[in-house]
Design a protein around this ligand. Structure first.
Ligand code: FAQ
Length: 332
């Protein structure tokens, strides 16, 4: 025979389900209202599971891009042409590591651990930006990365300073300030080459020829093939579509290329008076999807190097953890 308590539980279960549903609906309304009012969502606020998952996906991919992105440029640290250029490049590569740290911390506020995210990067379950699967063949590539890759990153990330998720938006403010310095140093470095000897000018032009199209791909697939854009824009994670930002970037780059005395490798690039924007040639999306699938020129090399850096750095993480534990004990 059922006890009084069991009767009580049986009676209250549907009531409980209704109460839970009402609470979730109220939380969803409060979330929607906060997003609509351009308020920030903070880590302890209620948020839909899909919003949390999409943020973890994007922030993790962004963090991974920052640390994998250290590799192509680090390739030139020991061969920088002067002490000044070397000091600038070392500072830039260190900044990228710092950006990775802010971003992993932002992702951790959503309930994931850094170990889990790195594990997903190393096992290919999370992505990093397609751009870092291209090689840096000459010193001019360092300038082209600064001008074009950091330039594209800023164009994409300035609107992220207004992202609805507070920790991500705040991280972006500092990242953008540093990216701005990176972009300027790249431009200045390319300008020096462009105005240098004939061979230096040719080297700068060759680098721009190789980095231009992959930089346009950084903004992601065209809007009609972008699986996340619509939802991310409704949630105000993204403020503009991939194509809008790509167009903005092209329009910024054209006059800068002219000032640099370099040409952009696109015969279809032309000012469209009616649109008030530049028309530009077709992007090779087959190449983009191939790179995403792991078949770019350097995918394998980047992940192998990342994993070995992680393994070789194990003693540093262990030492830091032991130090923190010792300090904790001493305090206790
Ligand atoms: N590479 O539906 P969408 C930097 C994936 S930081 C690889 O349009 P979404 C600094 C996308 O994840 C550069 N994968 O996706 C630096 C999705 O796959 P999933 C990184 C890409 O998220 C400079 C699928 O395609 N910046 O450069 C790419 O709405 C120099 C469908 O795409 C950021 O991460 C790509 N290019 O829009 C460091 C910025 N594009 O996840 C060192 C933050 C798309 O379903 C040296 N992220 N995919 O498996 C974003 O703004 C967005 O995530 C987009 C993509 C715009 C990248």
């Amino acid at each position: 025979m059922a006890t009084a308590a069991e009767h009580q539980t049986a009676r209250s279960a549907p009531d409980q389900a209704a109460a839970d549903a009402a609470r979730t609906a109220a939380q969803q309304s409060a979330f929607d209202a906060a997003v609509a009012a351009d308020e920030r969502i903070e880590p302890r606020d209620w948020m839909p599971d899909a919003y949390r998952a999409s943020l973890v996906r994007q922030i993790a991919q962004h963090a991974h891009s920052e640390i994998i992105g250290m590799q192509p440029e680090a390739n030139w640290i020991t061969r920088a042409p002067s002490l000044r250029r070397k000091a600038i490049l070392m500072a830039k590569v260190q900044d990228e590591a710092g950006h990775g740290l802010y971003l992993y911390s932002a992702a951790e506020t959503l309930g994931t651990s850094r170990d889990e995210l790195l594990d997903k990067l190393h096992s290919g379950r999370q992505k990093y930006s397609s751009i870092f699967n291209y090689p840096t063949l000459t010193w001019a590539d360092v300038g082209a990365i600064g001008w074009l890759v950091d330039g594209a990153a800023i164009t994409n990330q300035v609107p992220l300073c207004r992202c609805s998720y507070g920790p991500y938006a705040r991280a972006m403010v500092r990242v953008c300030k540093e990216e701005s310095f990176h972009q300027r140093q790249g431009y200045e470095s390319l300008l020096a080459l462009s105005r240098g000897t004939e061979a230096q000018h040719a080297m700068a032009q060759d680098a721009v020829d190789r980095w231009w199209w992959p930089s346009l791909m950084m903004f992601g697939p065209p809007d009609d093939e972008s699986s996340h854009s619509e939802q991310s824009m409704t949630w105000k994670i993204k403020r503009h579509s991939n194509d809008e930002l790509r167009q903005r970037f092209v329009d910024i780059c054209v006059p800068q290329a002219e000032s640099l005395g370099l040409t952009l490798p696109d015969p279809d690039l032309v000012w469209n008076e009616e649109r008030g924007q530049h028309d530009f040639g077709a992007i090779d999306w087959t190449e983009f999807w191939a790179v995403l699938k792991g078949n770019g020129p350097c995918n394998e090399q980047r992940i192998t190097q990342r994993k070995s850096a992680h393994d070789e750095g194990a003693w540093v993480r262990e030492a830091a953890a032991a130090f923190a534990a010792k300090h904790g004990e001493a305090k206790a």
